[in-house]
Design a protein around this ligand. Sequence first.
Ligand code: ATP
Ligand code: MG
Ligand code: MG
Length: 570
Amino acid sequence: PMDPEAMFKQGFLNDVYLERPVKPVLTRFPPEPNGFLHIGHSKAIAVNFGFARYHGGKCYLRYDDTNPEAEEEVYFTAIADMVRWLGFEPYKITYSSDNFGKLYEMAEKLISLGKAYVCHCDDDEIKRQRGGEKGSSPRYRCADADQSVEENMRKFRDMRDGKYKPREAFLRMKQDITDGNPQMWDLAAYRVLDKPHHRTGAEWKIYPTYDFTQQQHSCLCDSFENITHSLCTTEFYLSRVSYEWLNKELGVYEPMQREYGRLSLSGAVLSKRKLRELVEKKFVRGWDDPRLYTLIAVRRRGVPPGAILEFVNELGVTTTNSIIQISRFEQTVRRYLERTVPRLMLVLDPVPVVIEDADDLDGTELTVPFSPKAQSAMGDHKIKFTKTVYIDRSDFREVDSKDYFRLAPSKTVGLLQAPFPIKATSFTKDQATGKVTEIRAIFDREIKKPKTYIQWVAAEGSGSRKCEVRIYNSLFLSENPASAEGGYLNDINPDSEVVYPDAMIESGFDEVKRRAPWPEAAGEGKGSSSGPETVRFQAMRVAYFALDSDSTDDKIILNRIVSLKEDKEK
Ligand code: ATP
Ligand code: MG
Ligand code: MG
């Protein structure tokens, strides 16, 4: 396992701290509650919460809820859940909307300083003021910019009091239109919007604008909360100037903004609009469908939060955006599971093998370790050996060949943990389907070390159970679904989910479930310690699995978290 704090010790985040080596460090994670968090957000969470924790400081969870049009209650809860699931506890949960009053005061203060004006221009006019298409003409200000402080104040209060309709007036900051940076070209600060807000109700008829929300006003909230290091993604690099401008003009505490690169996964779709379309058009079962890369989906699939943090840590933090292949993410998850989850036997497509000379061993109890490591804290469990065992259809061939080492007529194979290897003697087939329905075998007591061992599950009645297994493959065929011909919906992999309805799992599953979450699975956050997804194991020779939330007491449904080895084909 790698040093869980490596990314704070050198590189970008260390430099950021050295620029302002203050204590206590205060940071914030400021999501807009307008959607579910995705894997990219886990980087923002790890960076902000981790940075604070590493420096003995605190991190706020701040809902950036200043746009009443897109917010829904469910997102608020889901966001806090995910932060906790990743193992972080917010110092405080705050809402940008709690600052509406203070923000309003700041806007008035800005007006009184002659640094903001109420403007009546429409979008086309504003575009012309900003130099038109690609800056083809000189920039200029409208006459509104010359209004007196008194007039601006009166008009702004009229905006507040509902005397303007949407788009008839808005508040603009008076920045510096000669600056080369478009973020200084008199950005909008407040707009009229006659929509109730989920927390403040009908109290406000004006709201901070999107620009203001994303950039300037978030700097004010940062300032109100005494954020020392305001860490955000690089699309805000140009906004740093206006971020600093506003705090300075208002004479309030100045947090330091620094920008790090975004994380995305190639072959995955993360945009809210596209995710919504996938859900609404039923290409997936919901926002938490294990084939998606929302955090609720990744959790449901069974990926441990510790593995996600390890992934972010491994990639490190720099100022460049990174597009990482899903296979790389899976590689980290696989390595993490390898050392943290118990092992069991499962067969996807069971075929019964009757071992004719096993009468004396029928029902024998075997002691089987959960881990291949001799001294593992995972311990042992007991399973029964039975005269009839189930093996996977793919481990039997009707016709033997020299380069084949599993079960076939007259060929011997080992059964993991079983007393002796077995040799097939005959088999029967269903005439209609051509499928093998039963294999007959005998022990091969001569061979001490067979070339290959296969997994098996004891007969029903011995504690083994039927289960449904869902194998997930990439949801998209190409690495870049967004630019696929005919759009990403045309790029859907028809085999993104393969279901084995009649799989069987050994009796040890019950103990794995009872003991979940396994203490070995470090990194399990507080909010999630009892979810079905914490029932994780390696099915030997098959894959890593977790219990799906669709499961009931009578029906076990398992999700493939990742394969055992990197898949070469999709
Ligand atoms: P999206 O494009 O998914 O809507 P966003 O930036 O609008 O993303 P927010 O909810 O505002 O999403 O994000 C909260 C925080 O998470 C912001 O500080 C943002 O910079 C960060 N963040 C969002 N996406 C990523 C990503 N892919 N990688 C790293 N950080 C991200
Ligand atoms: Mg955002
Ligand atoms: Mg967004």
